[in-house]
Write a protein that binds this ligand. Structure first.
Ligand SMILES: *[C@@H]1O[C@H](CO)[C@@H](O)[C@H](O)[C@H]1NC(C)=O
Ligand SMILES: *[C@@H]1O[C@H](CO)[C@@H](O)[C@H](O)[C@H]1NC(C)=O
Length: 529
């Protein structure tokens, strides 16, 4: 008798973890149903209010809507017979963006994404989950227009205010920050779903845990993540083993007992992050660098080659094309100027550019100029840095050929974009560098560091031909400057024109059409549910 029950228990024991997993799973799902039920009234109210606002709007509907871009996006949704799809999908797209008023590059992506979504699905609701309580819809729409030149439809935009943002602040977790912030984002996500359960959930700030949580709560809500930067990168893991001190603040931190602990913690976190990432339906990355890391960390079981598509953030390329002429005529106004636009900070390696330029300068017949434009954050070591760079220029005997312009207004920058010949960049492994794109769009021939985004994303052959040069050492930079100077006028002009044309990849229109392409997949999933 006794042995029999022991056998029975032994047979059940291996099943216990499984049962537990099942139970947890079930509880989360039940919570999801509960949340969906709790917020369904609010959702219905929002949708019907929008309907009313839209109806009121369509009375005085003039030609206002017929701007550029609109048509292009509509066309990406044409049916087989070539007729425009009148897609009246009217679901709620939830954008998880707790810090939406920060006004930086990440916000530009958010607003451009919302604008593109609104144009493609005019009946959809774009709901932004934000922790900024002081923002008001009309003001946001106006600011986004003036600051980024992005036009939002006010009536289909909704803000939902989160009250638990402190849980994702790094300062809340002095230890185990990565894990703390990630788990904190679950609380924040719960806060969001308590306000409204969307039909599609998109994270644009890097809260992968929140997205996976959504997947577990609601199996019928398709999810997406736009990744600017992986929460933990494979570079970070490798830097632990680095003994040269070159790999940043964590260099060699993997030594000793504490180091061992840190290594296990990071490896475990990377595993967890990978698991979380695999739950997300649609993944977009902002650059080749990010895509490389995300593919490595979120290696999906589905071995789709299109997993984690690159959707470049929109750059103000069109604006520069309008303002900076690029014709054979304007070529005459270009001078032998090497332009470097970058904040005056050590990692930008102005010193490398100074040394390279000195070599170029002393060997040149037609003496070139070097112009360094950058911001200097006051009361920081930046000021000392500029001072040291000036000393270096003097030592290199290029003082008179070199201009330092600190905190230049846009008009000055524009002037130099028009009259310079070469745009350079000295930073190692820069992730992207929007300045490089702006230079290209303005017709500068790029001589950039042979690493990071400038190498992988920006200065890459276009239509089978080079649009610029890569360099690493001062000798290589000097040689590249020399090659540009030695080109015929015609060659130089052709390269500038190619470079400008290649920046079409980074326009707002290109972003919108890629974004809508990825969104189509989500809407399709949502309709299938
Ligand atoms: C991607 O995002 C990271 C982090 O914000 C940024 O450093 C990088 O420049 C971005 N890449 C592009 C292509 O904008
Ligand atoms: C600048 O570039 C040189 C040459 O590649 C390199 O040795 C140096 O470490 C770089 N400095 C910084 C601060 O990145």
């Amino acid at each position: 008798m006794a042995t029999l029950s022991i056998v029975a228990v032994l047979a059940v024991v291996p099943l216990l973890p499984l049962t537990l997993v099942f139970l947890v799973h079930f509880c989360i799902r039940a919570l999801g149903w509960y949340l969906q039920g709790q917020t369904s009234d609010r959702k219905a109210a929002i949708i019907s209010r929008l309907k009313a606002e839209r109806a009121a709007l369509s009375y005085d509907h003039t030609s206002q809507e017929a701007e550029d871009g609109w048509e292009k996006i509509e066309k990406s949704g044409t049916a087989e017979n070539g007729k425009l799809l009148t897609d009246d999908w009217n679901g709620v797209v939830g954008f998880f963006h707790p810090f939406c008023n920060a006004g930086g590059g990440g916000e530009r992506v958010l607003w451009a994404a919302i604008a593109a979504t609104q144009k493609r699905w005019p009946n959809a609701v774009c709901a932004v989950y934000t922790g900024d309580h002081d923002i008001e819809r009309g003001v946001v729409v106006a600011t986004v227009q003036s600051r980024f030149g992005i036009h939002l439809q006010e009536h289909s935009l909704v803000f939902l205010y989160l009250s638990t943002r402190r849980f994702v602040l790094a300062s809340t977790y002095p230890h185990f920050t990565l894990l703390g912030q990630s788990l904190g984002s679950l609380i924040l996500a719960y806060d969001a779903f308590r306000l409204l359960v969307p039909d599609i959930f998109i994270d644009t700030m890097g809260y992968a845990f929140a997205v996976a949580f959504c997947k577990y709560l609601f199996s019928n809500v398709p999810t997406a993540a736009y990744v600017h930067y992986p929460t933990i990168s494979t570079d970070m893991l490798q830097s632990l083993d680095d003994t040269t001190g070159e790999k940043g603040i964590h260099s060699g931190a993997g030594n000793g007992l504490k180091g061992k602990g840190k290594r296990y913690y990071w490896l475990a976190f990377a595993k967890l992050y990978g698991f979380v990432g695999r739950q997300i339906d649609v993944v977009m990355c902002n650059s080749t660098w990010t895509q490389g890391h995300i593919r490595q960390l979120w290696k999906p079981k589905r071995k789709s080659s299109s997993f984690a598509a690159i959707v470049y953030p929109p750059c103000p390329v069109e604006e520069l094309e309008k303002r900076v002429q690029l014709t054979r005529e304007s070529e005459k106004n270009r001078q032998n100027i090497v332009l470097y636009i970058a904040q005056f900070r050590p990692e930008k390696n102005h010193s490398l550019i100074l040394r390279a330029f000195a070599k170029f300068y002393h060997a040149a017949q037609d003496k070139p100029k070097l112009v360094l434009i950058g911001s200097v954050r006051s009361d920081t070591p930046d000021e000392k840095h500029v001072y040291n760079l000036r000393l270096e220029a003097r030592e290199l005997k290029i003082k008179d050929a070199t201009s330092f312009i600190c905190d230049a207004p846009f008009s000055v920058i524009l002037d130099y974009l028009q009259k310079s010949s070469i745009g350079t960049n000295g930073m190692y492994a820069e992730h992207f560098g929007i300045g490089n794109v702006e230079g290209l769009a303005a017709g500068l021939i790029p001589v950039v560091h042979n690493s990071g985004g400038p190498k992988l994303d920006i200065v890459v052959p276009f239509e089978g031909q080079d649009i610029g040069f890569h360099a690493e050492t001062d000798d290589e930079y000097a040689a590249a400057f020399g090659r540009v100077a030695a080109m015929s006028l015609e060659e130089r002009f052709a390269m500038r024109a190619r470079g400008r044309k290649s920046t079409k990849r980074f326009t707002e229109a290109a972003f919108a059409s890629k974004w809508v392409g990825e969104m189509e997949a989500l809407v399709k999933l949502q309709k299938a549910n």
